[in-house]
Design a protein around this ligand. Structure first.
Ligand SMILES: Cc1cc2nc3c(=O)[nH]c(=O)nc-3n(C[C@H](O)[C@H](O)[C@H](O)COP(=O)(O)OP(=O)(O)OC[C@H]3O[C@@H](n4cnc5c(N)ncnc54)[C@H](O)[C@@H]3O)c2cc1C
Length: 448
């Protein structure tokens, strides 16, 4: 049943009203696409993009989450075929007991395969394994005339879709190459780094020895403590690396039930004082150095999001996530970004740094070799707009870019510079969708 509803992204800013239509089967999707008016259609997964990518004011939003069947599992070749509405959480629950893990997981498992492809998501293993699209051997895409194209990495439309933010069509199904694992645990090394130089040096020198690497930065620390951080790196655990009591149930995956935050959280709860206290405690809680700790997949990959709908803690005004990447060699820009943040006294309690490896062929795919920094920032402070514009200028000046799946406020003028293959992408999209059936609030805002 379709219904008019106000939708937001995970940051809960900029709501817009659309007709939300459940995608029940291919024919129903085809009817919606071919019957679309000029406000167009966009697919929506679990709504975990932060901004307006899965919104379409005055148009149709196709809710694909009901199409979540796992169609084929080939344990021998570690290949699975799934409907695009299946979530990574679902795949982990079903496939870990078979010794198969998703090749790339973002900081939450609550994303669909379609959303993971449309944003070409990355995880803590980008420096060795690349992004999600690199592990997909085919997709079925319903394009604007209602036909279904089976695309492989040999097709330009495949790479326009991977990272294409739902603007080339609706992904119906995908064949994903899973990673073989012996357990649902990781072996984790944790180190405290006393400043940014220390952190960058350790990551540069040692990341190649680990499959997964991520650093949490205390971005309220300034001066000589600028960039003080906790670096955690690890690998998937072999069965024989687990304590003997765990070996029999090595691949069991039973994450804790998530606690749900109340619908209305008082604004102002996250202020500089509370965030400073949180950051101090988080930094001190981490061991100065600990090697070889066994951690479950859920706590290693998704600990900071252990509460369902934790986005509510930012209060009714919501928050935004600012994720940038700057090339290796632009470490000074990274330092300047952290200085600006610390000087602005903006309270970001989630600041995460990773290293990206080689880019894939996605025209609008975000990852490109370099440092990527993600910051959660509550909306509301008067200084926020100016701060973000200064950060934009720094990122652009260093030849970097922002992540579309996180963005909610960039001006259209910045995009072509950030994504130099935009015109190539536009040409492929115009060919597949000459009348612009697929559109979204993000597409209109950025003139994509
Ligand atoms: C706590 C948290 C941590 C995160 N960490 C990371 C991270 O580490 N790395 C990272 O890369 N991202 C991260 N993200 C972002 C998230 O992975 C992406 O935004 C992802 O796209 C969300 O998937 P979704 O199913 O919720 O899609 P939605 O948010 O619903 O949609 C995202 C985009 O995908 C398109 N789309 C969805 N389904 C389809 C389909 N079937 N066909 C065509 N287009 C489709 C939509 O139109 C939209 O443009 C994080 C998000 C959260 C909330």
């Amino acid at each position: 049943m379709s219904a008019r509803r106000a939708l937001t992204g995970w940051g809960r800013t900029s709501p817009s009203v659309a007709t939300v239509v459940p995608a029940t089967d291919d024919d129903a999707i085809r009817r919606v696409i071919t019957g679309a008016d000029r406000r167009g259609v966009v697919a929506r997964g679990l709504g975990r993009s932060y901004g307006d990518a899965a919104q379409n004011a005055g148009g149709v939003v196709l809710d694909v989450t009901g199409r979540d069947r796992v169609l084929r599992v080939d344990v021998e070749s570690a290949e699975v075929e799934v409907e695009a509405g299946a979530s990574l959480d679902q795949l982990m629950r079903l496939l870990l007991p078979l010794g198969l893990f998703v090749p790339v997981t973002p900081g939450t498992r609550q994303v669909t395969v379609g959303g993971a492809l449309a944003a070409d998501v990355h995880g803590k293993n980008h420096h060795v394994d690349g992004s999600f699209g690199q592990h997909v051997s085919s997709i079925d895409l319903m394009v604007a005339d209602g036909s279904v194209k089976r695309l492989t990495p040999q097709d330009a439309l495949f790479w326009a879709t991977v990272g294409g933010m739902g603007l080339t069509g609706v992904i119906l199904r995908a064949t994903v190459q899973m990673t073989r694992v012996e357990s649902a645990f990781c072996i984790v090394d944790t180190e405290r780094c006393h400043d940014l130089e220390d952190l960058l040096a350790r990551m540069t020198e040692g990341d190649h020895r680990y499959t997964y690497s991520v650093a949490w930065i205390d971005c309220l620390a300034g001066g000589s403590a600028l960039g003080r951080s906790v670096l955690t790196r690890g690998w998937s655990a072999r069965r024989d690396q687990l304590p003997s009591r765990r070996r029999d149930r090595a691949t069991e995956f039973r994450p804790h039930q998530l606690a749900v935050a109340p619908p209305v959280f008082p604004s102002g709860l996250l202020n500089r004082a509370t965030v400073t206290a949180f950051n101090e405690a988080w930094y001190r809680k981490a061991p100065r150095e600990r090697r070889g700790e066994v951690q479950s997949i859920a706590s290693f990959f998704h600990l900071l999001v252990a509460g369902a709908q934790w986005n509510r803690i930012y209060g009714p005004r919501g928050f935004l996530q600012y994720q940038l990447v700057v090339p290796f060699g632009a470490e000074e820009t990274l330092r300047r970004c952290l200085e600006l943040l610390s000087e602005s006294r903006q309270a970001s309690f989630l600041a995460v740094l990773k290293r990206f490896g080689a880019a894939d062929d996605g025209h609008l795919s975000f990852p490109t070799p370099g440092w990527t920094l993600a910051l959660d920032l509550p909306v509301g402070a008067a200084v926020l707009g100016g701060l973000l514009e200064r950060l934009d200028a720094l990122v652009l000046g260093a030849g970097g870019r922002l992540y579309l799946a996180k963005d909610s406020r960039l001006p259209a003028s910045a995009i072509a510079q950030m994504y130099p293959r935009l015109d190539e992408w536009r040409a492929i999209r115009a060919d597949a969708d000459p009348h612009g059936v697929f559109t979204s609030d993000l597409a209109r805002r950025l003139d994509l």
